[in-house]
Design a protein around this ligand. Sequence first.
Ligand SMILES: N[C@@H](CCC(=O)N[C@@H](CS)C(=O)NCC(=O)O)C(=O)O
Length: 219
Amino acid sequence: MTRIKVSAFRWVPPFAQGLVRDLRVRWALEEAGLAYEERLIGPEDQKSESYRRLQPFGQVPAYEEDGLVLFESGAIVMHIAERTEALMPSEPGARARAKTWMFAALNTVEPQIQNLAEIDLFNPGEEWAKLRRPAAVEAVKERLESLSAWLDGKDHLEERFTAADLLMTTVLRILRHTELVAEFPVLHAYCQRCEARPAFRKALADQMAPFARNAPPGR
Ligand SMILES: N[C@@H](CCC(=O)N[C@@H](CS)C(=O)NCC(=O)O)C(=O)O
């Protein structure tokens, strides 16, 4: 039987809870119906040689499966998706389209959104962040406008839910501290639709559980 292990943080501050990228992998595994174990780590593990052998940058997620070790949430989700119709259609053209949108989520939409998150979540109050923010918001809006136009009248990026919707939803979630997604009703409805999936609810609950167990005193 395949034994899968996914790394995740033991605890992160509330602003990051529900956003950590192991969520993508947990969600994909739930959609695929594959059981897994957690490898919970902390800051000391991130720097350790043994963890760097799993994830060269000391980040989460890392993925272990019967001797195979992968990192990069997109690559891991792709690996899982390639073995299940639930996340990727078998028809070659539809498959290629789903992969195209997976890259679009991570390469074209996430950079702008992550840039705003760096400003708002990781550097709030910094002078440079205040100066940079308006242009960063505009860059995000430009991407959201294009995505909204594409999704208008559709339930999903392509004919049906795929790993691309999974990644896009987790990318858009990074904006949850703003009203930017809500400004685009099509995107708001899209996120709600994807996040209503039982596999997402389960993955989110499973990411949150260790945070509740391991919260430092007073947090
Ligand atoms: N491109 C990587 C990014 C992974 C990443 O940024 N992980 C964050 C948590 S969401 C992390 O481990 N941050 C701690 C650090 O970079 O030291 C992926 O998608 O897997």
